[in-house]
Design a protein around this ligand. Structure first.
Ligand SMILES: Nc1nc2c(c(=O)[nH]1)N[C@H]1C(S)=C(S)[C@@H](COP(=O)(O)O)O[C@H]1N2
Ligand SMILES: [Mo]
Length: 252
């Protein structure tokens, strides 16, 4: 970090409390973006301590963070297999005992500004070309972990269904009641995938079975698990946390 006056070390628990306070003040809606975080804090978001430092530094920010740059070509850092976090944490807005198994006869619905609205059964999705990534998952609550996912690049899927790529948003609906949405430029970024596998095995329910979004250029809450529908739209879709004040863009 640069230009910061000395400050006592801040523990992650304290940061979470501070984040909750800032969130209440509407701060996160205006200020929190990963791009702004790394740029304005000078913190390295490729290490756990760097992320902690960035979250801490963010607490000192004001509206200047809004000037955060957006660069759709920006790549999220990737890591070797040795860096994978074990055990990998599970996170959701509901309690663990409520984890939803995949519904019988599950298929992925696609809708909105797309040419082909046929739903996708799992075997059809599994037959599409896939790519693997080892990337860092950063949760707004103040922790991060490195995981490995494999799946269908979203830009390929969107082209395959004849999506209007000039539309503004791609929205995701999940069968646990969760939802989120992203901008089209981020949807088309090459590391944004519809993941089927986690750590070389099919996703299990708590980590998003049978299909989840994995978008390493954004904060963890954008990586929607347990998907049931994708919609391409020009109408702002919001999302579960976004509707409660989380920064909508939430990424680099
Ligand atoms: N369907 C669904 N997706 C979700 C969530 C959720 O509650 N439900 N939580 C989000 C949040 S806040 C985080 S940090 C990540 C957690 O992913 P993980 O359980 O693989 O660590 O999932 C995101 N996607
Ligand atoms: Mo999160």
């Amino acid at each position: 970090m640069t230009g910061a006056s000395p400050r006592p070390a801040v523990r992650l628990g304290d940061i979470s409390a501070d984040l909750a306070r800032l969130r209440r003040r509407g701060f996160l809606r205006r200020a929190l973006s990963l791009g702004g975080l790394s740029l304005l804090t000078g913190c390295d978001l490729s290490t756990h301590s760097g992320v902690d430092a960035a979250l801490e530094a963010m607490l000192r920010f004001d509206d200047r963070v809004q000037a955060a740059l957006f660069d759709s070509q920006r790549m999220a850092e990737t890591y070797p297999a040795s860096a994978i976090t074990h055990p990998f944490r599970f996170n959701a807005y509901y309690a663990e005992w409520q984890v939803r198994p995949t519904p019988d006869h599950w298929q992925l619905s696609v809708g909105g500004l797309v040419r082909d609205k046929s739903p996708w059964p799992l075997p059809a999705l599994m037959a599409l070309p896939q790519q693997s990534q080892i990337t860092r998952h950063i949760c707004i609550e103040g922790w991060s972990q490195i995981g490995q996912w494999r799946g269908i690049p979203l830009h390929r899927f969107l082209r395959r269904i004849g999506a209007d790529l000039s539309a503004r948003y791609v929205a995701f609906r999940c069968f646990d009641g969760y939802s989120t949405s992203i901008d089209m430029a981020s949807a088309l970024q090459s590391q944004t995938i519809l993941a089927l596998d986690f750590e070389t095995r099919p996703l299990t329910p708590q980590w998003g079975a049978p299909l989840r979004l994995r978008i390493p250029t954004k904060l963890g809450f954008k990586s929607a698990k347990n998907l049931e529908a994708i919609e391409v739209t020009n109408k702002y879709p919001g999302g579960y946390w976004e509707n409660q004040g989380y920064d909508w863009f939430a990424g680099v």
